[in-house]
Write a protein that binds this ligand. Structure first.
Ligand SMILES: Cc1cc2nc3c(=O)[nH]c(=O)nc-3n(C[C@H](O)[C@H](O)[C@H](O)COP(=O)(O)OP(=O)(O)OC[C@H]3O[C@@H](n4cnc5c(N)ncnc54)[C@H](O)[C@@H]3O)c2cc1C
Ligand code: SF4
Length: 443
């Protein structure tokens, strides 16, 4: 059986591993380790905060290693490192967001239908919203903002609304990609953790495997096919280390929270992002921002007395990663759109009764990176960029043509399913994969 190496075990990686195991001999190389939810309780953290020792967002990694934090010019970037990738930190939002792919002529209806059969998706949580959430929802309705309860991945009948989704769900409610990973492993896939892939090794135009570091040891893992799913920040680094140039089109979906002091709102014990307002260039959603609460001095009130709305922006795809250094600034237009969001959030909070002087902002943070080797119409069938050796694929947000400004997991899974189908059926009309008329390079 041909060997496939999958790099990463997040949304994209776990999907291709599950889809390909059986037809291929799959090995998943994952830089991180087993994921465990953050265990410290809020009172302990509030005590720690009072000591003044929490001043840099990167400190969170000392307490919670699966959450990787990087600081770039104007914002912090967040991603997950460990089994399940960033899906273990997600708030469970499950939205289909493939308009830009449709515009390229890519129809993922079948893949989304599969996802809806495999992953439970529900708005059940709405029945147990806190009063403040209900009131915010009503205000958004009154303002004709068409708020929609957010579909969530998982079994939310058991959700206790602890509000800690981004710290990992200790109650087994939230779906994350480890569930697909388990299926792949049960089918015989191999998993190597603590294994950081540095580059793909290319010989005579074909990938022969990957070079990775496990602990201090550098090792070569041979493969017939390699699929990069290390996420929107790491996949471009692996490509560039391998001599494959990327586009300087990084987007990240920056998030800015607009908060107010609101006695006993207890939003930190509400499900995060219970509903969403879709605007042209951003979304709004209630969200208690732990990073701002711990590290931003403006967030000086007790957690139970803070109420916050998130703006998630579809930012310009202008940013780069080179020599492992990320460059990402907000354009004038990004800032203008964020300001528009801030004014709208303030209007909602004012209608609730918040005073202008009680409103404060959070720290800009972002966790949906992608776009550095975007699909174009030319790759709509093959999902394979001409810059890549014929047996190297990508199946993560690196392929997105532009920022979604919206939760990307479902769409990444759908793309990863399509890539898997292309590999499984190399001679289907969709193909153009292994070179027409060159079956010896196929499976
Ligand atoms: C706080 C937060 C909340 C979010 N909430 C939502 C949500 O509710 N809904 C939604 O749709 N999206 C959400 N997202 C975004 C979503 O989680 C990510 O966009 C998605 O998980 C990306 O999938 P991926 O497979 O591309 O990468 P990831 O899920 O990040 O997985 C990449 C994996 O590759 C591994 N890796 C990295 N480099 C290497 C290497 N060199 N070698 C080997 N392994 C490597 C990493 O350890 C990781 O396990 C959220 C993001 C954040 C930060
Ligand atoms: S609110 Fe708590 S129980 Fe519910 S999904 Fe999130 S972490 Fe799990």
């Amino acid at each position: 059986m041909k060997k496939v190496i999958v790099v990463g075990s997040g949304a994209g990686g776990a999907t291709v591993a599950k889809e390909l195991q059986g037809k291929f001999d799959v090995t998943i190389l994952e830089a991180g380790k087993e994921f465990h939810p953050f265990s410290l309780k809020l009172p302990t953290l509030e005590t720690l905060k009072k000591t003044g020792l929490l001043f840099d967002e990167r400190e969170i990694q000392l307490f919670f290693p699966p959450m990787r934090i990087r600081k770039v010019e104007e914002m912090i970037l967040v991603n997950g490192v460990g089994l399940g990738g960033t899906t273990t930190l997600c708030t469970g939002n499950a939205l289909r967001m493939d308009e830009a792919l449709k515009a390229l002529g890519i129809n993922l209806d079948d893949e989304f239908a599969e996802i809806y059969r495999e992953i439970p998706i529900t708005t059940e949580h709405q029945k147990r919203w806190r009063n403040t959430t209900r009131r915010l929802f009503e205000i958004c309705q009154e303002m004709n903002l068409s708020p929609q309860p957010t579909p969530k991945m998982g079994n939310y009948v058991r959700c206790i609304h602890c509000g800690r989704c981004v710290l990992g769900c200790s109650h087994g409610v939230k779906w994350d990609s480890r569930q697909y990973l388990e299926i792949a492993l049960a089918g015989g896939a191999q998993l190597v953790t603590g294994c950081r892939v540095e580059r793909v090794v290319v010989k005579d135009g074909r990938v022969t495997g990957v070079q990775a570091k496990k602990g201090w040891v550098r090792k070569f893992y041979p493969a017939d096919f390699v699929i990069l799913t290390a996420g929107g920040l790491a996949t471009p680094v692996i490509l560039q280390n391998s001599g494959i140039a990327c586009e300087q089109k990084l987007f990240v979906d920056p998030v800015l929270c607009v908060a107010t002091q609101w006695n006993e709102s207890q939003q930190y014990e509400e499900i995060p992002m219970p509903f969403v307002v879709q605007k042209e260039h951003f979304i709004l959603s209630p969200y208690f921002d732990y990073l701002s609460f711990f590290f931003n001095r403006a967030w000086k009130y007790p957690a139970r007395d803070i109420l916050s709305l998130m703006i998630k922006l579809a930012d310009a795809n202008m940013g780069s990663i080179s020599d492992n250094r990320i460059r990402k600034t907000l354009t004038a237009q990004d800032k203008e759109r964020l300001n528009e969001g801030v004014e709208l959030c303030k209007e909602i909070l004012h209608r609730l009764g918040a005073k202008e002087e009680s409103i404060f902002l959070g720290t800009i943070n972002a966790g949906h990176p992608g776009g550095m080797l975007p699909l174009t119409e030319q790759e709509a069938e093959s999902f394979h960029h001409s810059r890549l050796p014929e047996n190297l694929y990508i199946a993560d947000a690196t392929l997105f043509p532009n920022s979604l400004g919206n939760p990307p997991i479902l769409t990444i899974i759908a793309m990863a399913k399509r890539v898997s189908k292309i590999l499984k059926n190399p001679f289907s009309p969709r193909k153009r994969v292994f070179g027409e008329g060159n079956p010896s390079s196929g499976i």
